[in-house]
Design a protein around this ligand. Structure first.
Ligand code: FE
Length: 208
């Protein structure tokens, strides 16, 4: 870890490169973490620091420093959070036990695991930023695939991300070129379902 004095900390990659080599080349493993992800964390810290002293009396929806800071706060905060979710469930072999709670719940909400995968792949092709599996705890407690066009545009308010697929080109282009579908498919084959299960079991108790 780095920048330990700051509020938000750049966390180490939770898996070695060897575990994700079907998804990305070694340069992307390093660039994506050290430049993109770390950039969001560091800018989030910088913005939070500036927010402490910004002149709130000049707040204005056409232009104001406060407006810019608050907009970029969501870009960088979501950039941090979604990347951490993205990497957290990688490094597996895509296989799962039918008795996992998350698998039972996916089957209930999507019809089957294959139907869920087809929807997530389609959302991954339709979006420009992120394709996610979320637990929509505020609406009805169901699982949904949520699309983000940017880190801070899209999603479902208050939903908890269980799985996130980065579909910005920096995530796959260096290895897959324009074959986004190939990358998405490789990613689903690399999911560690036990980690998705851990997240689901932790969050599902918050259902309204
Ligand atoms: Fe990214």
């Amino acid at each position: 870890m780095t920048n330990t004095d700051a509020t938000h900390v750049v966390k180490d990659m939770p898996m070695s490169y060897d575990k994700v080599k079907t998804l990305m080349d070694e340069e992307t493993y390093k660039w994506h973490h050290d430049t993109h992800y770390a950039g969001y964390v560091n800018k989030r810290n910088e913005i939070e620091k500036e927010l402490k002293t910004v002149d709130k009396s000049k707040a204005n929806a056409n232009y104001s420093v406060l407006r810019s800071l608050k907009l970029e706060e969501t870009w960088n905060a979501n950039g941090q959070i979604l990347h951490e979710v993205y990497w957290a469930t990688m490094g597996g072999d895509g296989k799962y036990d039918q008795n996992l709670n998350i698998i039972k719940r996916i089957t209930e909400d999507f019809g089957s695991v294959d139907a869920f995968k087809a929807e997530l792949l389609a959302v991954g092709k339709a979006g420009r930023g992120w394709a996610t599996l979320v637990f929509d705890m505020f609406s009805d407690g169901k699982l949904r695939c949520a699309l983000y066009d940017f880190h801070n545009q899209g999603g479902i308010a208050g939903s908890l991300p269980l799985m996130a697929i980065d579909i910005f080109e920096h995530a796959y282009y260096h290895k897959y070129g324009p074959d986004r579908a190939g990358y998405l498919s490789a990613l689903l084959d690399n999911i560690d379902w036990k980690k998705v299960e851990e997240k689901y079991n932790k969050y599902s108790k918050y259902t309204q």
